[in-house]
Design a protein around this ligand. Structure first.
Ligand code: BDP
Length: 709
């Protein structure tokens, strides 16, 4: 197996499993081929044949014992009311397997397909229990973002080239696009933004709009709508087939007309286009501020254009400028609240502000973005990242949902009352009708989609949590493993336990105590490079010197960031004694000898955590190897290769970080490990044939400063 079917393999159940009667007749209450209800019927037929070896017949006639798939409305039309009252929200479904009839009834067509996937997931896991329940999504927005460029490359993508674009336009063969839509629908994702947030105006040529129409047609049978990222200055870019203006000022009437026209062309090609995603005035991108207009005026320009069609605008809160490193009061973490809080109430109703989970940028540990607590009159969505940009780029096993939970389950204490981020997103806290979830996924043409089989658990879990963020993340992983690798309990337990340990391990060896992921910050965001964190204008600073480390973000002495939270949270982060250890260096600048709640010093914790994290990562390959023969060879070998790489790279991480801080602080490791590797054989000390020795800069990225190439 090559991983292409992800968790939708529909593997035949082992002979040890027996099951009750499953109807042979699938009644599909909508036979239009583009309808997700039709897709649901096809999927059920295919799944039941593959999982149970049972042929089913799809018809629109009812017999007593049938699997009935359709919208609840269509069901009521055909058969009258259900015996119980069913409360369905948009995209929700009713699933009943009671008796010899199966009912899969959606609030809408897409919900029907979700119900079919849920039923098939039960069967594929050998679960034949009798159930009857309604399932509703927690939030209406459950989107994914792809950072695909029109030339076919993917920004921060680690699974090959784009499945959507090549050579400046949309690819001819959209087979993989349909397969992607199937995976998305199976976990309840209802829309996808197909192009990079660093957008290119050429997406708006008439040819490309047609191509986007083909993408939308391909995904529509799965209930997945498409959205587009826009380049703010497009009107001035001489886009082929569109007018060329001299301004992109959002309040200029010609600019308004320009976007109105383009939007109408897009809706001609894609009548159900979900909406736009906009990155503006961030990292050098143009935006409304270029013309002294507010971000809200910029967002509303697009909101008004899509409003007549029911579209929405996801406007990113990731707006920041380069800063002056020597200014100790400067703080990139303050940017989102600084820019957006004053605009609360000024965004049109169909604007959703899309907020990265933490105030900086997809780090291994960040406090929940305070912006979630600061916008009461604006709809919000969280932006997560399935693509492991700072988190090992799919060469490291890092199961992310436990990290996401630290944000989704965080209580902001707005007005001194319980206000969990997930409730804010769902619109419950501030009574908003829109809101929800976006995740940067970045699948590519690689057969594994993401570049690594085990990373697919993050994709699966993202959809599951966007549907119901209260679900247990270990249980989600067990389900995913069962669907992906089969029902062997030892396989499920081994892989899930590795996954559970993986994020804490990565945090331990890549940057702990809230110092953030100590990667190369300027370019790759991959290997260790603590030196690159400071002395630049990007604001992801550690403020490390010979004696002290950490960003002082207090109100009393620091950047004031802690004060952007509601009072109870602000007070907690303001004081070292009440700040949790895992965020200590995020909020405070302390001596390396500062004692943690554990009694250890900061520097000794650094040493110990890096050793502990790397040690855990080194067990992964061996644990995986214990599953040889229980997993097909191809996926087994491909994953083993990655886990061995991680084992080695975690040691590089460990040594780079501990050497760096040992060097800068001059404080010895209590256990005398740092810099002391009597057993190690340096490559440069070996007889080299065809290799050259290089001195490496920064020094800490290679042991003894040398590498061989
Ligand atoms: C950073 C990425 C960069 C993205 C940016 C964004 O390194 O490639 O363009 O975020 O989210 O994490 O806009």
């Amino acid at each position: 197996e090559d991983g292409l079917s992800g968790w939708l393999r529909y593997a035949p159940l082992p002979s040890s499993v027996s099951w009750p009667y499953i109807p042979h007749n699938i009644v599909v209450l909508n036979t239009t081929k583009t309808s997700p209800v039709y897709t649901a019927g096809q999927e059920l037929q295919r799944g039941i044949q593959s999982i149970l070896g049972q042929d089913c017949y799809v018809s629109s006639d009812s017999t007593h014992e049938s699997i009935i798939v359709g919208t609840l409305d269509a069901y009521v039309n055909a058969y009258g009311n259900l015996s119980q009252t069913v409360d369905l929200k948009e995209d929700g479904f009713w699933l009943s397997t009671e008796g010899n009839t199966v009912q899969i009834l959606g609030q809408n067509e897409r919900g029907t397909l979700y119900g079919a996937f849920e039923y098939l997931s039960m069967l594929a896991q050998g679960n034949f229990s009798s159930v009857a329940y309604a399932s509703n999504p927690d939030a209406p927005i459950r989107w994914v973002n792809q950072w695909d460029n029109l030339d076919g490359s993917i920004e921060r993508g680690f699974g090959g080239a784009s499945i959507f674009f090549a050579n400046g336009s949309i690819v001819d063969d959209l087979t993989r696009v349909a397969e992607y839509a199937r995976l998305l629908a199976s976990v309840g994702i209802n829309a996808i933004v197909v192009n990079n947030v660093n957008a290119n105006s050429t997406i708006l040529t008439p040819d490309n709009i047609n191509g986007l129409g083909r993408i939308a047609d391909t995904m529509r049978p799965y209930g997945v709508q498409i959205g587009l990222s826009l380049y703010f200055a497009s009107p001035t870019q001489g886009v082929k087939g569109q007018a060329n203006l001299t301004t992109f000022d959002p309040l200029d009437s010609e600019v308004v007309t320009w976007w109105t026209n383009v939007t109408s062309q897009i809706y001609d090609a894609i009548p159900d286009m979900a909406g736009y995603l906009v990155k503006a005035n961030s990292e050098g991108q143009p935006g409304p501020i270029t013309y002294n207009r507010t971000l809200a005026e910029g967002a509303n320009l697009f909101a008004k254009a899509v409003q007549p069609y029911g579209g929405i605008v996801m406007f990113r809160a990731f707006v920041y400028n380069q800063l002056n490193e020597s200014d100790w009061k400067a703080d990139r973490a303050n940017a989102a609240v600084d820019f957006f809080k004053p605009l609360d109430g000024e965004f049109d109703d169909n604007v959703v502000v899309q907020i990265k989970y933490g105030p900086i940028d997809f780090q291994v540990r960040e406090p929940a973005s305070p912006l979630f607590a600061n916008l009461r009159k604006t709809s919000m969505a969280v932006e997560l990242q399935v693509s492991q940009e700072y988190l090992g780029q799919q060469t490291h096993l890092v199961y992310l949902p436990p990290l996401w939970e630290t944000v989704l389950g965080f209580d902001m204490r707005v007005d001194n009352e319980t206000s969990l981020v997930r409730n804010i997103l769902a619109g419950r806290t501030f009574e908003r009708s829109l809101g929800g979830y976006a995740a940067v996924v970045n699948v590519g043409t690689n057969q594994t989609w993401l570049g690594s089989h085990l990373s697919m658990a993050n994709f699966y879990a993202y959809g599951k949590l966007a549907w119901d963020p209260t679900q247990d993340t270990t249980k989600i992983h067990e389900d995913w493993t069962r669907l992906t690798f089969g029902l062997d309990q030892n396989v499920i337990d081994t892989i899930t336990q590795m996954a559970v340990e993986s994020w804490p391990a990565y945090e331990n060896y890549s940057g702990n105590l809230g110092i953030q992921t100590l990667t190369d910050i300027l370019y790759t965001h991959f290997g260790p490079n603590p030196q690159s964190q400071d002395n630049n204008g990007w604001g992801q600073w550690t403020r490390a010197d010979h004696d002290t480390i950490g960003m002082d973000r207090t109100v009393s002495n620091g950047t004031g960031f802690s004060g952007t939270y509601p009072p109870q949270i602000a007070a907690m982060y303001e004081n070292i004694s009440t700040t949790p250890d895992d965020l200590l260096l995020w909020f405070h600048h302390v001596p390396y000898t500062q004692r943690l709640k554990s009694g250890k010093t900061v520097i000794q914790h650094f040493y110990d955590a890096h050793y502990a994290g790397a040690e855990t990562a080194q067990t992964f390959a061996a644990r995986w190897q214990s599953l040889r023969g229980k997993i097909d060879d191809q996926r087994f070998d491909e994953q083993l290769y990655r886990l061995k790489y991680q084992a080695g790279h975690s040691i590089i991480w460990r040594d780079a970080i501990v050497d760096f801080y040992h060097n800068i602080s001059g404080i010895a490791d209590d256990h005398n490990r740092v810099g002391n590797h009597p057993w190690r054989i340096e490559a440069e000390d070996m007889d080299l044939n065809g290799y050259k020795i290089y001195t490496v800069n920064p020094f800490e990225t290679a042991s003894k400063h040398h590498a061989v190439i």
